[in-house]
Design a protein around this ligand. Sequence first.
Ligand code: PMP
Length: 362
Amino acid sequence: GSIRPREALQVMKPYSPGKPIWEVQQEWGLEKVIKLASNENPLGPSPKAAAAIQACLSDLNRYPDADTSVLKEAIAAKLGFTSEQLIVTNGAGELITLISEAFLEANDEIVVPSPTFSEYEFGAALMGTRLITVPLLTKDRYDVDGILAAVTERTKIVYICSPNNPTGTYMSKPELQRLMDTLPGHVLTVFDGAYSEFADAADYSDGLELVRRGYPILIIRTFSKVYGLAGIRVGYGIADGSIVNAIRQVKEPFNVNALAQAGAIAALEDDEHLEATRESNRRGRKQLYEGLSQLGMHCEESMSNFLWVRLGTDAGLLYNQLMQRGVIVRYGGNWGYPEHVRISVGSFEENERLLKELRTLL
Ligand code: PMP
């Protein structure tokens, strides 16, 4: 047709999330399908969050709180910040888009260690900004020198995802400190801590202390992972008030709906569910790590709720065979790693089912 979309859109690849359970059920005529593809919480949400959502159903004629003030206060109190340092969004995904809209221009560059979450690239493409990728790891450590070497006077943002999606690896506290102390003042570091609550290494840093100490860093968090609320879409950012204000300028007033705000507020109060989730993940991660290693697969050591698994041969076939048997995982080819799959930690039974199917296939 003669109505042409923006030039920038031509380089954008469509986002390809894990297939939903119903789709695989329909496609293959299967009943018992399990999904270990989107790093969701196998325990489900906190029952308190579900009850809080139920309780707002009668008020749906009202607009939600545009400022998400109660939720911001709850997050601020829990993590030791002020509401001015917080922005709440329709999932962390929206926040990445808003950061891009608030800070990126056509002549800018962003530096992204790769492989990682695809939305940083999406945000750059949306704004026509140049994406500079550097390898994530040298040996098994984050390549801080590689990141620093890629920074120029045009660099606007450096993205650090830790624990990283899809590898599960993390940047150590001294490495993050050195990065922050060496980056020039015109660079905003965006630290994606979507999986922070799962990281239990002694030298892991969630980056929050760096915000408190006034560094130019923005921390991304989400209710989709450890809180098991991916379906209601709540994410948030923590940074200096000046950074938060710039993002507020580009956000729509009612970006977080009323059910989502109520569910997130209640979820924050349920520490028991949070701890149960972490414990279940620790056990499940070990169960999968041991089971997959016994099958001769190489798993990267993970600080998150998924494993990055190398087969040594193309993983596309195995990915499809698992799908036909009702087990959805993520194909590494999505990140340019065709010998890998990313497998989310499920419940004990789901993990056993995956291992059982793999034993029959290999
Ligand atoms: N950051 C990372 C690293 C992720 O893996 C994800 C979800 N896959 C997100 C952000 C976005 O999460 P959500 O939009 O569900 O909050």
